[in-house]
Design a protein around this ligand. Structure first.
Ligand code: KIV
Length: 273
């Protein structure tokens, strides 16, 4: 069970995450989009559950995170909240609900908090969206930043390759991270950037960094649960470690069930009334 050194944590809050960074305890984070999965990973002791807009990919089958809507995110988040008693639940503000209009951003964040019962929101970007972040924070809503590969901007990047390898982009990322800390974000996700850069940013910040494809020196790590459990079979980036091959196991279980039904072996006498 994870604890802020020597202390069993009953409910993870943003302050607990800060204490974990201060004490050198790593933060574990996974995605979830539904009640059943959230209940399992929460009971296992995960610190943070992200209701990611990756739901657009893994739950809805879209190619990108762009199509998912605010109401769909709220549906996923409220299902997750019902399964969680310990973890901090962070919800992604989806594409088009916060960029370029800070009043709209606040409205979107409030809608998520009120209708889902989540604990915090996450937004992709730095300086370009700082007004939106500041307005959301001013309402007392905790905000997590997200820098590096920001999938909502996929049509600007054109590809999902490693970000900030060049000096100019690395410099901007460092400045953005500092800015997010300065305005009051409680943490920053850094996605698919060189480990050396992630280490430097982590050392330069007092708030926790959470890496995905950003090396071991971040204050914590996040993965998409469907990827680490092996439910998504085709997605195999270098940073992903699979802890299960669930797609294979589920396929085998399905085949066994089909066979039992076809052979008249299911249900047996004990499985009927
Ligand atoms: O939507 C998501 O799952 C994310 C993680 C990849 C960090 O933002």
């Amino acid at each position: 069970m994870s604890a802020a050194k020597n202390k069993v944590v009953k409910r993870v809050t943003t302050q607990v995450l800060q204490d974990m960074k201060n004490n050198g305890e790593k933060i574990s984070m996974l995605t979830s989009y539904d009640f059943s999965m959230a209940r399992i990973i929460d009971a296992a002791g995960i610190d943070v559950i992200l209701v990611g807009d990756s739901a657009s990919n893994v739950m809805a089958g879209h190619e990108t995170t762009v199509p998912i809507t605010l109401d769909q995110m709220i549906y996923h988040a409220s299902s997750v909240i019902r399964g969680v008693s310990r973890a901090l639940v962070v919800v992604d503000l989806p594409f088009g609900t916060y960029q370029g209009n800070s009043k709209k951003a606040l409205k979107s964040a409030i809608k998520i908090m009120k209708e889902s019962g989540a604990h915090a929101v996450k937004l992709e970007g730095g300086k370009e969206i700082i007004e939106s972040i500041e307005r959301i924070l001013s309402a007392g809503i905790p905000v997590m930043g997200h820098l590096g590969l920001t999938p909502q901007s996929i049509y600007k990047f054109g590809t999902y390759v490693v970000r900030a390898k060049e000096e100019e982009e690395a410099k901007k990322l460092k400045a953005d991270a500092k800015l997010l800390e300065k305005v009051g974000c409680f943490g920053v996700v850094m996605e698919k950037i060189p480990a050396k850069l992630a280490t430097a940013v982590t050392k330069s910040l007092t708030i926790p960094t959470i890496g995905i494809g950003a090396g071991v020196n971040c204050d914590g790590q996040v993965l998409v649960t469907h990827d680490m459990m092996g439910i998504t079979k085709e997605f195999k980036p270098r940073f992903l470690r699979r802890y299960l091959e669930l797609a294979v196991e589920m396929e085998n279980a399905t085949k066994a069930y089909i066979q039992d039904v076809k052979d008249g072996k299911f249900p047996n006498k004990k499985e009927q009334y």
